[in-house]
Design a protein around this ligand. Structure first.
Ligand code: SF4
Ligand code: SF4
Length: 297
């Protein structure tokens, strides 16, 4: 029989009674059902990648069911950026999870992601989870509940859906704050998430593949609640400033993105992390010698 999955229930960052009530009722219902360890954490998006909650999930290694107040694509991407990787599990029989998931997960671990905003009924949640829990363990003894208290604060950073990302690096070139970097394999990575400007979603608008999510943004396309993709006409891979300005909605998207990015830039007091080393005094001397040579005296 397959290994029993861990169920992670990540609390809402919003102190809304209706949310807290569902979290509480669902915790009781899952504990009463048994057949899996239930881990309660702070809001998933706000967790520290180096904190105890993420460390606990990474160390577990078994299959994972994640219930959070975020779109499933955003849940999966956030976990991956926290270093909790796996294969995205289908959540309905007809769901092929097109456009989501990691391209090359290094583990066979299955991760099923659910947005708690989809239902306020704990019984409905038990039914939805039954295909994952039922084939793995008979409910017998009450399930164990582990509460991971971790102090968090609201964070804001891009989450990349790696299954959609085509590696064009428009986001890398567009961001003024050094949020993006390249890994050892020259793949895009969110290198400095905390350098992202709170409220700025600009790079999500310039991504030609719709691969950048901000889970707390009000626009469902940017939060990942909508599966909509950009117009394929925008899929030219020219550097962003030189993209033709005749592509329907792309114009408005570009203008909005530039305005948002520049507004963030004006507010910022921090210079962008430079990728070129500063000139040394000897560089200045070399430049001066070159200039004298050019005079051809
Ligand atoms: S702009 Fe989008 S598709 Fe291009 S590298 Fe960034 S995330 Fe990937
Ligand atoms: S462009 Fe704006 S939203 Fe995107 S990573 Fe940079 S600061 Fe954050």
């Amino acid at each position: 029989m397959p290994e029993i999955p861990t169920i992670m229930l990540a609390r809402s960052r919003v102190e809304a009674p209706v949310r807290r009530e569902l979290e509480s009722r669902l915790t009781d219902a899952l504990a009463a059902r048994g057949g899996g360890r239930l881990v309660i954490t702070a809001p998933l998006y706000d967790l520290d990648s180096e904190g105890p909650s993420v460390a606990r999930l990474r160390a577990a290694g078994n299959d994972l069911i994640v219930l959070a107040w975020m779109a499933p694509r955003a849940i999966f991407g956030t976990l991956a950026q926290h270093g909790v990787e796996g294969q995205l599990g289908p959540i309905t029989p007809e769901d092929n999870q097109e456009g989501t998931g990691t391209k090359e997960a290094s583990t066979e671990r299955m991760i099923w992601c659910f947005d708690l905003g989809q239902s306020a009924e704990e019984d409905e949640w038990l039914q939805r989870l039954e295909p994952m829990l039922g084939q793995r363990a008979e409910p017998a003894a009450p399930g164990q509940v582990e509460v991971l208290d971790e102090e968090t604060h609201p964070r804001w950073y891009p989450v990349v859906d790696t299954a959609r990302c085509i590696g064009c690096l428009e986001c890398f070139n567009f961001c003024l704050f050094g949020v993006y970097g390249l890994g050892e394999d020259d793949r895009l990575q969110v290198e400095q998430p905390n350098a992202c400007r709170p409220g700025c979603p600009a790079c999500a608008r310039v991504c030609p593949a719709g691969a950048i999510l901000f889970p707390e943004h009000a626009d469902p396309v940017i939060s990942g609640h909508s599966e909509a993709r950009p117009d394929p006409m925008q899929l030219d891979l020219l550097p962003f400033p030189s993209r033709p300005a005749s592509i329907g909605q792309g114009d408005a998207q570009r203008d909005t993105a530039l305005a948002e990015r520049n507004a963030c830039s004006e507010k910022s007091t921090e210079p962008k992390k430079s990728t070129t080393p500063p000139q040394s005094p000897s560089d200045d001397l070399d430049d001066l010698v070159d200039q004298v040579d050019d005079l051809d005296l």
